[in-house]
Ligand binder design. Structure first.
Ligand SMILES: *Cc1c(COP(=O)(O)O)cnc(C)c1O
Length: 408
């Protein structure tokens, strides 16, 4: 073999021959200098990290992705693929798992709300997709109906399509509010117990008037069954966060439901750019990462996970209760973020510190810990988003701070 031929051979097949192959890889020093491996980027930038005792809070960066999700992200980052083919195929599998006609990975539950409504408004009419968010004179519908008790900040997602939101309280008001401009009846699962109209009645009235329905259940797994419950119940569109309990990418979520609406929603999404949703991008790594998180979540032994949350909660409760004057109670919310919450309260005469002051001391300690304070003599926390073993550190630190604050 001539030298030139040898070089050509090496550049085509760099992995052939151990010694030759290893000489062709980038030097470790270079990888070290330019990569993130071995570097503490939080430290480099002076960014505080903390033990999270508050749950999945967006401002606190949500959740920590499972290792399997990170593996999927890394493994799929090395190849190109066509986004539409990926969304079709991953979407079909997600739809099957969640009992929906169709599904698409969005950049979170918020974008699923906007895109779901966009799909309802436009269907697969590209001209209409281009017209959003300017609905006037287009023949498109323009109103979303919402129970006043279901009105939260995220409803702004609907305004992005150009629709306005009509608020009602009673079933009679709902029937009267439905008109030829009504695009969607919106239901917020986390507030299901606060509105006057429940799931079944909401669906019944919608079906009587032939108006599509959408449910926001962003924070409503666990229980895992909720992933299919609302599709089975008859909601036309279901929106879920990927970066909360499922611990998928923080910038991913699911839009599940009727094929005709999701086909429409896809036109308002990337990779197309003539629409309102182009900025709500999720690339292939996050789409696969979301899928792996969903699959893992569905296959998880949820009873075992629950028992682990309970015993880790008990670790904190048992230790802090040893301080004289401290009592604890565990509650579980019925809707949304359904995990054990530990409430710790104390006799203010014995321990003159309020919840905010205690939370502040934990925040400023080492390691920094985030829990929920307040003006009264109590705090609450959840071990849900703590990493294994961190509950012991939290137990020790709270015990320490309450002991220090005691009047002797
Ligand atoms: C978190 C949340 C959202 C937003 O979800 P993202 O996945 O962060 O976009 C919407 N609605 C409710 C009720 C939520 O709790």
């Amino acid at each position: 073999m001539q030298r030139r031929d040898l070089l050509k051979f090496i550049s085509v097949a760099p992995l052939v021959g151990g010694a030759v192959g290893s000489k062709l890889t980038a030097s470790p020093a270079k990888t070290q200098a330019y990569g993130a491996a071995g570097r503490d980027l939080f430290k480099e930038f002076g960014i505080r990290t903390f033990i999270n005792g508050r749950g999945t809070i967006t401002a606190m960066s949500g959740s920590l992705m499972h290792d399997e999700v990170l593996d999927a992200i890394k493994a799929t980052s090395r190849n190109f693929c066509m986004i539409d083919e990926l969304q079709d195929k991953v979407g079909a599998k997600i739809a099957e798992l969640c009992h929906s006609e169709s599904a698409v990975v969005t950049s979170g539950a918020f974008s699923a709300l906007t895109l779901g409504l966009a799909g309802v408004l436009t269907g697969t009419d590209e001209q209409k997709v281009r017209q959003l968010p300017h609905l006037e004179g287009t023949g498109m519908k323009s109103e979303v109906i919402c129970q006043r008790r279901h009105d939260i900040a995220y409803n702004h997602a609907f305004l992005n399509t150009g629709c306005k939101i009509v608020m009602i309280d009673t079933a009679e008001e709902l029937r009267n509010a439905i008109n030829e401009k009504t695009a969607l009846l919106f239901f917020l699962n986390i507030n299901a117990d606060r509105g006057q109209i429940g799931h079944e009645e909401w669906l019944k009235i919608a079906q009587e008037h032939n108006v599509p329905t959408l449910i926001d259940m962003a924070a409503d797994v666990p229980p895992v069954e909720n992933l299919w419950r609302f599709n089975d119940m008859g909601f036309d569109l279901v929106c879920v966060s990927g970066g909360k309990a499922m611990r998928g990418p923080q910038s991913a979520g699911l839009l599940l439901g009727r094929k005709r609406f999701i086909d429409g929603a896809r036109l308002s999404m990337f990779p197309r750019g003539f629409n309102v949703g182009r900025g709500m991008k999720v690339n292939k790594e996050e789409i696969f990462g979301m899928y792996i998180a969903l699959e893992k979540f569905i296959n998880e032994d949820h009873d075992k996970v629950w028992r682990s949350w309970e015993s880790r909660t008990a670790v904190v409760a048992d230790q802090v209760k040893r301080v004289d004057g401290v009592t604890t109670e565990v509650t579980v919310p019925e809707l949304g973020n359904v995990t054990p919450n530990l409430h710790i309260s104390w006799d203010a005469a014995k321990i003159p510190v309020n919840g905010n002051e205690l939370a502040e001391r934990l925040r400023n300690g080492s390691p920094s810990i985030e829990i929920v304070g307040g003006r009264e003599n109590k705090v609450w926390l959840t071990v849900w988003m703590m990493q294994e073993g961190e509950e012991k550190i939290v137990a020790k630190r709270i015990h320490e701070e309450l002991t220090k604050a005691r009047v002797s």
